[in-house]
Design a protein around this ligand. Structure first.
Ligand SMILES: [Zn+2]
Length: 355
């Protein structure tokens, strides 16, 4: 049944307006750096918008940097869970900074001659407009991929098929993936082809007090991700370069196991095709924001997002160092990826996370 509530894009989905304005701006600037965008899916919108007449939301992927298909790729993804809008906001703010820097910053222009960037900052626009974790069909896009956890998946949180009215619903068995998840998976898998390495950062919020960087697997605590040596080395480079940042790097399975994780699925498909993707998920620790302002618990968005303007501003600034680092790590992947000392890093990783 159609929702009788009237929505306004400006009020309910400002991130979408901001994204389209950034695309417009990228079009206007006379960049030396190649820019393009693609609509990788059209998400049917069941909502009545007073200021947006289209019946679909375009799912945008923004491309910057060299068009060489053999260049390394850094991919930024956000807005998978509609309630965690700070993830999209962090990426839009960063994309704004990149756009402005490309006008004057020759070192960034130079870096982008050697790597390719893709931004998919708003994966779930209907869920975000409606303030759902899930998409518009009440399906959790991070539990919807065809990946089964054969160990002990967390009750409910780990994905279930009981009812779309309970969060973390995977969808019905045997159904194809939801349009948003399927589009991201097939697009990302296609983009990794022929590249020496793809790094990705998917921005979420809502778990604990610390900012965590999770990597696969989410469906197994006993099977290490084949690239843990490289991830450990990347972590080592980050922590030695930025000792004052305190991200916790760890496999997601250390906290809970789940079915249907989109990055597990993408990683497995890339491995089958002998493509290398190292997916990181940034879980911003939202409990810290709640501790500082417990009243925000009265709103569902308050559980997952900073609410006070100065705190939002701080969060938007905080992850720039990480994202700059990931771009530089992608450009200089030979300094850590498939490194001659990889075996050493792999042993360290096993000892730290799997012993
Ligand atoms: Zn999330």
């Amino acid at each position: 049944m159609l929702n009788a509530q009237r929505y306004s894009i400006t009020k309910h989905l400002p991130e979408f307006t901001q994204l389209e304005a950034l695309i417009d701006r990228l079009h206007q600037y006379p960049f030396a750096t190649p820019f393009s965008y693609k609509v990788i899916a059209n998400i049917p919108s069941p909502l009545h918008f007073s200021d947006y007449t289209a019946k679909h939301f375009p799912l945008y992927a923004i491309h910057l940097g060299t068009r060489s298909p053999t260049a390394p790729l850094m991919l930024f993804v956000g807005g998978v869970h509609g309630l965690e809008r700070i993830g999209s906001q962090v990426l839009l703010s960063y994309l704004h900074a990149i756009t402005e820097r490309l006008v004057w910053d020759r070192s960034l222009q130079h870096t982008l001659q050697h790597i390719h960037l893709v931004f998919i900052p708003l994966v779930n626009p209907v869920g975000m407009a409606k303030c759902y974790r899930s998409n518009g069909n009440h399906i959790d896009l991070m539990r919807n991929a065809p990946v089964e956890c054969s160990e002990k998946a967390a009750l409910l949180v780990g994905g279930h098929r009981l009812s779309p009215h309970i969060p973390w619903y995977r969808g019905q068995e045997g159904q194809p993936m939801e349009i948003e998840a399927a589009a991201v998976a097939s697009y990302v898998i296609a983009q990794t082809q022929h590249r020496p390495v793809t790094l990705s950062l998917d921005c979420h919020s809502g778990f604990g007090v610390k900012d965590r960087l999770w990597f696969p697997y989410a469906h197994s605590a006993i099977r290490p991700f084949p690239y843990i040596g490289d991830i450990y080395h990347l972590r080592d480079k980050f922590l030695s370069t930025y000792p004052n940042h305190n991200y916790v790097f760890e496999p997601q399975a250390l906290h809970y196991l789940c079915h249907g994780d989109l990055w597990d699925h993408i990683s497995e498909q890339c491995l089958i095709q002998q493509q290398s993707i190292l997916p990181l998920t940034l879980e911003m620790g939202s409990w810290r924001w709640i501790k500082k302002n417990p009243l925000q618990l009265r709103q569902s968005l308050g559980i997952f997002n900073p609410m006070r303007p100065q705190r939002v501003q701080r969060v938007l600034q905080k992850h720039i160092v990480l994202m700059d680092f990931l771009i530089n790590a992608t450009a200089n992947y030979d300094a850590w990826f498939k490194h001659k000392d990889n075996h050493h890093y792999q042993q360290q990783a096993i000892m730290r996370w799997y012993s």
